[in-house]
Design a protein around this ligand. Structure first.
Ligand code: SAH
Length: 448
């Protein structure tokens, strides 16, 4: 039905400006405000907030169990990744709640924000840059607004194991005579290192981002790295030879392992390749997705659209309880992952389309297609009026809007309100403790 092979070859002007892991400029992504990154050894069992009272009690628990004044990170001012460093977690949550109430309260009831039980070391993705200072290798993050490397040995919100791997790589640079890349002069080889760790699987992916595919002694380098960290399951050389602030280039060369990691969320296993979008806080992602499923109210009979579907997580989780699911996504690497994920999870009632979500929904509208439930999970810039008009023309009973930017969510809810869709429930979820960012799930239903 919908043109499977048609690909969106142009950016659609939705860049978040925060993109640290997209493969090209074309694919904007969601809140990912930290520059150095990661996650912890022991998973916390998330509790789903299925009802308003669940959400309230989870909020209370989070406030009660978290240190009221987390240690201030020694580099937080220079790094700039954690705007709420040094602020009691309870206070952070109440600021986010206030912001959600202020921006979204006029559209419908805003439930109490779901915070984390332990808001430290939640990140499953770590990014580092390197430099030599007085002959000594340093690893860390760029000082805000500059290309000066601020050394970071450990980060309060990063996965600790990933931070340790970064330090090992730093230690190997001199003996392997690896020149670090200078963003201003364009000289040097190693631009970035990106580490992703599967929360439940424990699998670890190390992505060496280099300005050239010629990485001297790469096999010995991988050997030395794996000797220190045998838990690394794959190592990828990503070639980024462009003069760009984007972290990843388009070419990936697998140096060790399978070239991707797998992780489990809500009982499903997902493969994640280097440039695909994957939520950075797995504990809160399960809560976010469970809330999303709860709001969708699927009974097994519905035709569902999963727009801005990434690697297909939401659609694949929903497919068990739907008649059929159609996913649409602009990033080709994510679409490839999504298709593999569907077959790996033996989900047969889902198809993924590589296209611009707006263009794809316009085509569905032209073909008079219908949907019962639409999930939409756009990047920070939100959706477009053309997408939303087409979504409404499919006549869904429910639209579940997952947003990482309450400002653009408010703008889009205004549009839905004018077009007979009411926000029934608005659930903020704290996916990014210590930063100003937050995620929100909103259930929209058609007014009779
Ligand atoms: N729902 C997924 C991904 C959300 S992130 C998840 O929960 O993991 C937003 C996704 O929108 C990214 O994968 C990004 O590549 C994709 N995207 C950005 N602009 C798009 C567009 N115009 N059309 C389709 N997908 C787009």
């Amino acid at each position: 039905m919908y043109n499977k092979t048609k690909t969106a070859d142009k950016p659609v002007g939705k860049s978040s400006g925060l993109n640290h892991s997209s493969s090209t400029r074309t694919f904007s992504k969601k809140s990912d405000s930290k520059r150095t990154i990661s996650q912890q050894d022991k998973p916390h069992k998330p509790t789903a907030a299925k009802t308003e009272s669940d959400a309230k009690s989870s909020y209370k628990k989070a406030c009660a169990s978290v240190p009221q004044n987390a240690d201030v990170c020694p580099v937080h001012k220079k790094c700039g990744g954690c705007q709420y460093q040094g602020m009691a977690y309870k206070k952070q949550l109440s600021l986010k709640q206030r912001q959600a109430n202020m921006l979204l309260g006029k559209f419908g009831p805003v439930l109490p924000i779901i915070g984390m039980k332990d808001p430290l070391h939640y990140r499953n993705k770590v990014h580092a840059v390197f430099a030599f200072e007085k002959g000594k290798a340093i690893a860390g993050t760029y000082q805000e607004g500059t290309h000066k490397v601020v050394p970071v040995e450990s980060c309060l919100i990063d996965d600790e194991k990933s931070d340790a791997i970064i330090q090992t790589i730093r230690g190997l640079l001199r003996s392997f005579k690896i020149k670090t890349y200078n963003e201003d002069s364009g000289y040097g080889l190693l631009r970035h290192v990106l580490i992703r760790r599967g929360f439940t699987s424990g699998e670890i992916m190390v992505v060496l981002v280099a300005s050239s595919p010629v990485f001297p002694s790469k096999n010995n380098f991988v050997k030395a790295l794996r000797k220190e960290h045998p838990e690394i399951t794959t190592v990828i050389l990503n070639v980024n030879d462009q003069n760009t602030s984007m972290v990843l280039g388009e070419r990936n060369i697998t140096l060790y392992g399978k070239g991707f990691i797998v992780d489990t969320l809500c009982g499903h296993t997902f493969a994640i390749s280097p440039s695909a979008f994957y939520q950075v806080n797995p504990v809160q992602t399960e809560i976010l997705y469970q809330t999303t499923m709860d709001y969708a109210g699927l009974t097994g009979k519905e035709t569902v659209v999963d727009a801005y579907c990434g690697i297909g997580t939401i659609g694949i989780i929903a497919a068990d309880k739907a008649k059929s699911v159609i996913g649409v996504e602009l990033n080709p690497a994510s679409v490839k992952d999504a298709r593999n994920n569907a077959s790996h999870n033996k989900v047969n009632n889902i198809s993924f389309y590589h296209n611009d979500a707006e263009r794809f929904l316009n085509e569905m509208q032209e073909q008079n297609a219908k949907a019962d439930v639409i999930f939409m999970d756009p990047p920070r810039a939100g959706s477009t009026q053309s997408f939303m008009s087409s979504a409404i023309s499919l006549n869904p009973d429910r639209i579940v809007y997952i947003s990482c930017n309450p400002e653009t969510l408010a703008r889009d809810l205004e549009f839905f309100k004018k077009h007979l869709y009411t926000a029934e429930k608005i659930q903020p979820v704290d996916m990014f403790p210590f930063t100003t960012h937050m995620e929100t799930v909103c259930l929209l239903t058609r007014r009779k």
